[in-house]
Design a protein around this ligand. Structure first.
Ligand SMILES: [Zn+2]
Length: 85
């Protein structure tokens, strides 16, 4: 599949059915000669697309916690673990 611009990339990255989002992300960075950190920043600032450092998927603002640099689902899992032990 050809990704033409960042808007399309962001849409694909947030697609739940896409299991190769990190590969897609890295590929785009490489093809367009952008550093991965830079691409991550552009996506988060302009395209409502945030990378979870825990499960390595991409989420929109509502599903992402800036404080933890994780999606809310990973945060949920973590806090449940703490309660159990
Ligand atoms: Zn996550």
């Amino acid at each position: 599949m050809d990704i033409e611009n960042l808007e399309e990339l962001a849409k694909e990255l947030k697609n739940d059915e896409n299991s190769t989002v990190i590969a897609l992300f890295e590929e785009y960075a490489k093809t367009h000669n952008i550093k991965e950190e830079e691409l991550e920043q552009i996506l988060s600032k302009k395209h409502d697309c945030f990378k979870c450092e825990s499960c390595h998927k991409f989420y929109c603002y509502d599903e992402y916690s800036f404080f933890d640099e994780k999606c809310i689902y990973c945060c949920d899992v973590d806090s449940e673990d703490e309660e159990e032990f």
